[in-house]
Ligand binder design. Structure first.
Ligand SMILES: [Fe+2]
Length: 386
């Protein structure tokens, strides 16, 4: 149990440059980092024409770029090693990650391997990275993961069917270049999934047991921005104001949770990605209302703030009713952006629940969940969401 008077710290090691058109600042942000680099991205971004813009900007600045565009959703150890191989062969000096969480997570770990050698498995866990990696620049093209400012990369070990975490202050990208204009081309399902991931970050950070008032304030503001903008970003993808608020929310929520970790939703969504290859944001979005409802008895103080941040009228309501309004507001938002309601709709099999539960319990996120959680609790939550 934490107390208002407890000591906390807040470190934000990345430089965040944010705004529509901010991509034009790329040459000055990378000046001095070297003349050769690799760009790590995914096939969708390669097709969207975003890389051409980046190549042109860097070419004008005298920097030679080599692309690696094979990053898949739930990226694997093999992908990190293949990208690292390209880094070595091209004798690059720094790495750019351009895309969603997958591309940036791979870029962050490549920067570690480039500086310290070894394999991804050497850095599994928290605090295993011995020092700074080579410089890494993260450019998000979705508004959700916030990987551009976090101390975590999540990489899938296909042999173990396990999403492992590399967590270290040394893997935060030196530069986070956030240009909402790059998120305009996101299709509706991706807008929904990534937006709900950002909302999950904000909510799990806000209600968990870690005391950090600066992080919690960022998380609450992120919820407000998402409550005002996710539906618009989803319904009218070309609305730059909505896209700007969503990207700001995503980055703020990530700056927050990277200090506090998350909760049961993320503990449970990672095994769903590893076993069923379900996109991270979708898995979170489906689980979020169920986990919130279960956590409610531990959150009667915090949920009314969430309800209010999401635009609900809570004045005059009893605390319990105000808390329930938060769960209902999340459920409605999820429905409005057409997130499926049950795990069975995502191809999850019921027989997998024991194994999913075992893997979820390995996550450090369970330890900070607001309501104390045992393995049978997680199994029951999977059953309810199934
Ligand atoms: Fe997430």
């Amino acid at each position: 149990m934490t107390d208002w008077h407890d000591t906390f710290s807040f470190v934000a090691p990345a430089t965040v440059t944010f705004g529509p058109g901010a991509i034009a600042k790329l040459p000055e942000l990378v000046s001095g980092l070297g003349t050769r680099a690799i760009v790590i991205s995914d096939p969708g971004i390669a097709k969207a024409g975003i890389l051409e813009r980046i190549f042109a900007l860097l070419n004008d600045a005298g920097i030679t770029m080599e692309p690696y565009t094979q990053v898949e959703p739930n990226p694997s150890i093999e992908t990190v090693h293949a990208a690292h191989d390209l880094f070595r062969r091209t004798r690059s000096a720094f790495v750019l990650g351009v895309g969603g969480g997958s591309a940036m997570d791979v870029a962050k770990v490549v920067a570690v391997l480039a500086a310290h050698g070894g394999t991804v498995l050497d850095y599994e866990g928290i605090g295993k990275v011995p020092g700074p990696g080579v410089p890494c620049v993260a450019i998000p093209t979705t508004a959700g993961t916030g990987s551009e400012v976090t101390v975590f990369s999540v990489i899938t070990d296909r042999n173990r069917k396990f999403k492992m975490t590399v967590g270290s202050p040394h893997i935060v990208p030196q530069v986070a270049l956030c240009d909402p204009a790059l998120t305009l081309s996101m299709p509706q399902p991706l807008t929904a999934a990534t937006g709900m991931d950002a909302l999950t970050h904000a909510i799990e950070c806000y209600v968990n047991t870690v005391h950090n008032p600066i992080a919690k304030t960022l998380a609450l503001e992120a919820m407000r921005l998402i409550g005002r903008s996710l539906r618009t970003a989803y319904a009218s993808g070309g609305d730059l104001h909505a896209r700007t608020r969503m990207l700001l929310a995503s980055t703020m929520a990530a700056m927050a949770f990277t200090r506090t970790r998350l909760g049961n939703v993320h503990a449970m969504s990672h095994p769903l990605g590893a076993h069923f290859d379900i996109p991270h944001g979708i898995a979170n979005a489906v689980l979020l209302p169920y986990v919130m409802a279960w956590n409610m008895i531990a959150c009667t103080d915090t949920y009314p703030h969430i309800a209010e941040a999401l635009g609900e009228r809570v004045a005059g309501l009893a605390p319990r009713a105000a808390a329930e309004a938060a769960v209902e507001a999340v459920r409605r938002l999820s429905r409005d952006v057409q997130i499926p309601e049950r795990l069975r709709d995502l191809g999850v099999t019921r027989e997998a629940i024991p194994r999913l539960t075992e893997d979820a319990m390995k996550s450090g996120n369970v330890l900070v969940n607001p309501r104390a959680t045992s393995a049978p609790d997680i199994a029951a939550l999977f059953e309810t969401a199934y």
